[in-house]
Design a protein. Structure first.
Length: 145
C-alpha cells in the first residue's frame, strides 16, 4: 500500500464534502414557506341535522317578522318600526359578512346598532353548527343571479 500524500487526501476530502453539500439529503431540505396567497381551508360542511333545525326555526321564530320567504312581510311585521329586513335583497346580502349575520342571529339587532325589536337567541350559543346553518339559510334567500 502506498502512502497517501497530504495534498491528495485534502483534495479527496474536499471533493467528498462538495458532493455531499451539492447533492444533499432531500429529506433534510427545508419545507417551502407557505404563501399568503394560498387559499384558506374550505368551510366545514353543514350537518344535515343543523340544516333541518335551522329550517324549522326560520319557519317558526323568524317567519313571524321576516315572512316565509324572508321579505320582511311576516304576520307580525305590520306594526313594527322599522320594518323587518328584507333578507332577499341582493344589495343587503352583498353588504354584510357571514360573521355579521351570525352576530345578529345570536345577539339580536341591538348588538350591531340595529333595531332592538330583532331579538337575541341565547339558546343558540352552544350550537355553532345551527348558527352557521341559519346563516346559510338566510344567504339562500337571495335570488340566484
Amino acid at each position: 500500500m502506498k502512502p497517501i500524500h497530504v495534498p491528495a487526501l485534502t483534495l479527496l476530502l474536499a471533493a467528498g464534502l462538495t458532493a455531499v453539500a451539492c447533492g444533499g439529503d432531500k429529506a433534510a431540505a427545508p419545507a417551502p414557506a407557505k404563501s399568503a396567497t394560498q387559499p384558506a381551508a374550505a368551510p366545514a360542511a353543514l350537518d344535515p341535522k343543523d340544516v333541518a333545525e335551522a329550517t324549522q326555526i326560520f319557519a317558526t321564530r323568524c317567519f313571524t317578522c321576516h315572512g316565509a320567504g324572508g321579505k320582511g312581510d311576516g304576520p307580525g311585521s305590520a306594526g313594527l318600526t322599522p320594518q323587518p329586513r328584507d333578507l332577499t335583497s341582493p344589495e343587503w346580502q352583498a353588504s354584510v359578512t357571514d360573521e355579521h349575520i351570525e352576530k345578529i342571529v345570536l345577539y339580536g339587532g341591538a348588538a350591531v346598532g340595529l333595531s332592538p325589536m330583532m331579538p337575541p337567541n341565547p339558546d343558540f350559543m352552544s350550537k355553532p353548527g345551527l348558527v352557521r346553518a341559519l346563516r346559510a339559510h338566510i344567504r339562500g334567500l337571495a335570488p340566484a343571479h
